[in-house]
Design a protein around this ligand. Structure first.
Ligand code: FEO
Ligand code: CA
Ligand code: CA
Ligand code: CA
Length: 606
């Protein structure tokens, strides 16, 4: 039953060659269609969208910008209806508004449109006939359809909720935050909710020069400038909402950078930011169940030289589906142990940064999960539990965690429990004054990234020790520094900058890329991680010019690939009026979600 060239889960599609087309390209025998585009109505009664007739009130009910992570959750039985849940990571105002010149010149209403285009969308969708294609439900009550924006009220949970680090003038109790920002990747939970990671929240704040001196080091560690009122690249949202001015609200930035839990089945529910899972530039969170029923969440902090984390709940899951079981499971992420990873190596002295394998034939070793906080107790000397959870990067620095090459998505294989980490790239690895190559990050000037595999001790996701190896070092197969688990490189697709990870029902790993440094468009790749096909990376799809292949989801029936095409046309100097891409509707570039299906109705990848 292991995936491989002859197994049922074999990846027999013909690989799509690298290209620079302004199109989504799928393999022979497949078709694709746009499911949701920026601006499409989400909440019933939302107005039709036009680039020339935008408003914040309308955008708050329409599909947001820059769709990132997505998944579907079944709606009823029979497999004909589902909820599409999508993150909207950030906005490109130059690709949103005609006549764009600078963020400083945007109107306050345009800033409010951008805020409303952030967050998440929940959309009821239905299958088209008996195919793998889906479309939005356009009539009826659609009571699950919901937009969550940069202003939606959310509740803080866990040990740091109410902390003095989280209180503001508008929220003196430190428990209610308005909105979620920079929602990047995420995950589904076994109890029917979604987790969404708040990633690069630093860019929304100005006024760091005006905060008390004692607060500056922590802001700096999270990428917030404290030497200038207006940092380069600032979005200038403080012109529309003073809470984004740290000189006025110094704690507001501490209220972002969390894992947010949303219940897509209850449109009236309040999203919750879980402080027990720590605060950093959260890429996402993906869940495994430990053998004893505790919940394990794997998480990356996407920054050069930052860390890999996991959370283990105190409580065990209840497996029933009663309302009481669900209410219990909704508390699982509110208390537990937060760990950071430290990697030990087997061939430390032999790593020269070239990517050459050491004499034992593998980049590999053991490692430890170092606990930072357990329940209400800090395990880091000199830091309170509030400080550990709000300034988690400082806590991980203090315990000597391993500095990684930008940990993006961290995905457990549900068939084996092994955990896969996308380390997207790090061109500063080995540069003057920066950390050099090490065995888990073996290449200097790492332009193309790599994939790391973790095997938890005893196969227990809650274990405190693990083994690891690097099965894939990305790049052009012709580049001697690339490595594909020993598979014949002449059969492998070039791949660069792995970002989002997903498993299909057969245990094949699907890799979405962001920032292809090989000169071709980004795309979606599939690779077996067990059996004789291990390392046989094949490109399944390419996205249009300037786009990121942000994420893909393959539901359990494996007959559809839901694909998130983010920031098409994001090329320096391009605008709505002078676009670098006209995908998907032939006018100007718009982010959109696509479904891909097989013409004969069969499984994706076969
Ligand atoms: Fe938003 Fe780390 O990708
Ligand atoms: Ca990402
Ligand atoms: Ca994932
Ligand atoms: Ca990325």
């Amino acid at each position: 039953a292991q995936p491989g060239p002859t197994g049922r889960g074999a990846l027999t599609f013909r690989a799509v060659p690298p290209n620079t087309l302004d199109a989504v390209v799928v393999p022979n025998g497949y078709d694709h269609a746009v499911l949701m585009t920026w601006g499409d109505p989400v909440e019933p009664g939302a107005p039709a969208w036009s680039v020339d007739r935008q408003s914040a009130a309308a955008q708050a009910r329409q599909f947001g910008f820059n769709n990132d992570w997505l998944a579907t959750a079944p709606l009823g039985r029979g497999g004909r209806r589902a909820l599409l849940v999508v993150n909207h990571e950030y906005t490109n105002e130059d690709l949103m508004f005609r006549g764009f010149t600078s963020v400083e010149a945007l109107s306050v209403e345009q800033l409010r449109i951008a805020m409303a285009a952030h967050g998440l969308s929940v959309v009821e969708i239905e299958r088209v006939g008996a195919t793998g294609q889906w479309r939005p439900v356009r009539t009826g009550p659609r009571r699950h359809n919901r937009r969550i924006t940069a202003r939606t009220p959310m509740r803080l949970t866990g040990p740091a909720a109410g902390s003095s680090l989280l209180r503001t003038a508008a929220d003196p109790r430190g428990v209610t935050v308005l909105g979620s920002l920079n929602n990047c990747a995420g995950g589904l939970t076994p109890w029917g909710t979604v987790l969404s990671g708040e990633e690069n929240f630093n860019q929304y704040f100005v006024g760091g020069d005006g905060v008390p001196a004692a607060a500056k080091p922590a802001l700096n560690r999270y990428g917030i400038t404290t030497t200038a009122r207006y940092p380069a690249g600032s979005r200038r949202w403080e012109r529309a909402d003073a809470r984004f001015d740290l000189a006025v609200n110094p704690n507001e930035a501490n209220r972002f950078g969390w894992i947010v839990e949303v219940d897509p089945y209850d449109a009236r529910s309040t999203p919750r930011k879980h402080t027990a899972l720590g605060r950093f530039k959260h890429e996402g969170a993906e869940i495994m169940l430990a053998p004893d029923g505790r919940i394990v969440a794997y998480m990356g902090d996407d920054e050069r030289f930052d860390y890999l984390y996991k959370f283990v709940s105190d409580k065990r899951i209840r497996r029933g589906d009663s309302a009481a079981d669900k209410a219990h499971n909704l508390t699982l992420l509110e208390s537990g142990t937060l760990y950071v990873a430290k990697f030990d190596a087997t061939s430390a002295g032999e790593i020269d940064g070239s990517g050459a394998l050491p004499s034992d034939g593998a980049f590999d070793g053991g490692g430890r999960w170092i606990p930072l906080a357990r329940g209400n107790r800090s395990l880091v000397a000199g830091m309170s539990v509030d400080a550990v959870l709000v300034h988690t990067r400082l806590a991980a620095d203090a315990v000597g965690a391993t500095k990684m090459d930008r940990p993006e998505d961290v995905q457990p294989n549900p068939r084996t429990g092994k955990v896969y980490v996308a380390l997207t790239n790090n061109t500063r690895r080995g540069a003057a004054g920066q950390p050099g190559p090490d065995e888990p990050n073996p290449r200097s000037d790492n332009r193309h990234g790599h994939i790391l595999e973790i095997v938890e001790a005893g196969g227990d996701s809650a274990a405190e020790t693990f083994g690891w190896s690097v099965p894939i070092v990305c790049g052009d197969p012709a580049d001697p520094s690339s490595y594909f688990a020993g598979f014949d490189k002449s059969q492998v697709s070039p791949i660069s900058c792995p970002d989002n990870l997903e498993f299909d029902v057969h245990g094949n790993l699907w890799i979405s890329t962001d920032g292809n440094a090989l000169g071709a468009n980004d795309g979606l790749f599939a690779v077996p991680v067990e059996g004789p096909g291990r390392g046989h990376v094949k490109q399944f799809l390419t996205v249009p010019r300037g786009a990121e292949q942000a994420s893909a989801y393959l539901p359990p029936d494996n007959r559809t690939a839901f694909v998130s095409v983010q920031h098409p046309g994001e090329i320096d100097g391009a605008t709505v009026d002078d676009p670098a891409s006209t995908w998907p509707h032939g006018t100007f570039a718009q982010p959109a979600v696509v479904t891909v299906w097989r013409l004969d109705g069969g499984e994706i990848g076969r």
